[in-house]
Design a protein around this ligand. Structure first.
Ligand code: NDP
Length: 262
């Protein structure tokens, strides 16, 4: 750290994901796509998954030669160990896992059926645990790795009509703390990102075309604007990089100030 040139090169290297292999679930669209794009721009090779092959193909065409896809539905828990084996044999061992795939549903709690509730928990929580366990086995053995969960403001606040979604994301936040405690001695870090209102198809579905809802959301956001998927992408690069080497068990709000208070 004795010259400006050295400082610049330390700065460039510490955020770099050069040579890293990242698995990003739900990487074919929305926030997952931008996480993939930011990680590729930072030097990683990414493998994106999802259920719609056409979306994955289009995404990898845009992302370039350092992006690959595997069609996978995270709710098929018994296939997730096989997914990890396939990815590691084709592309190399996974250094970064981003549990991004998720679904939401807005309904008053008294109208939520057991089937509704279980579907959200299965996708957003059970699948996240099963995939994390499958990837973490290798990371723990290699004593190296970074795992990211995409959580939500719904884990922080009581937001009406998202009871199952909030339960799933709160579960993810709890999982992060326990796994950070268990994995720290193996040099495997695990953190969450809690996005605020980010402009994706999920947000559009949740808001509908109701301008009042949009305005209420903006009024609750101190920066008075919605986030872009890339805002989450760059936060993911930071948390996965050496710059965050001493951060584990954390949940980082990326929300235009939303979490300051409603
Ligand atoms: P989108 O609906 O735009 O994208 C969701 C992605 O997840 C899609 O690529 C979809 O691909 C994939 N996916 C959904 N279900 C499955 C499944 N069973 N198996 C594999 N992939 C699946 O949502 P966002 O990009 O907005 O959300 C991404 C994450 O961010 C989610 O976890 C969400 O809860 C979280 N989040 C989003 C916020 C927002 O404002 N947008 C706010 C807070 C959190 P395919 O359909 O091809 O399977």
């Amino acid at each position: 750290m004795d010259s400006i040139e050295n400082n610049n090169s330390i700065f460039a290297n510490i955020f770099s994901l050069n040579g890293k292999i990242a698995l990003i679930t739900g990487g074919g669209s929305g926030i997952g796509f931008d996480i993939a794009e930011c990680m590729v721009a930072s030097g990683a090779t990414v493998v994106i998954t999802g259920r719609r092959e056409f979306a994955l193909k289009e995404a990898t065409d845009k992302l370039g030669k350092n992006a690959h896809y595997v069609v996978n539905d995270v709710t098929e828990l018994d296939k997730l160990e096989g997914l990890v084996t396939e990815i590691e044999s084709r592309f190399g061992t996974i250094d970064i896992l981003v549990n991004n795939a998720g679904i939401n549903m807005k309904k008053p709690a008294l109208e939520v059926t057991d089937e509704d509730f279980n579907r959200i928990i299965h996708t957003n929580l059970s699948a996240v645990f099963t995939l994390t366990r499958a990837v973490a086995k290798g990371m723990v053995a290699r004593q190296s790795g970074s795992i990211l969960m995409i959580s939500s403001m719904a884990a922080y606040y009581g937001i009406d009509r998202v009871v199952a979604y909030a339960a799933s994301k709160s579960g993810v936040e709890g999982m992060v703390k326990v796994l950070a405690s268990e994995f720290s001695k193996f040099n495997v870090r695990i953190n969450a990102i809690a996005p605020g209102f980010i402009e994706t198809s999920m947000m559009k579905t949740a808001m509908g075309s109701d301008p009042d809802r949009m305005n209420r959301a903006l009024n609750r956001t101190p920066m008075a604007k919605f986030g872009k998927p890339a805002d989450i992408g760059w936060a993911a690069v930071f948390l996965a990089s050496e710059a965050a080497a001493y951060i584990t068990g954390a949940s980082l709000p990326v929300d235009g100030g939303n979490s300051i208070g409603f």
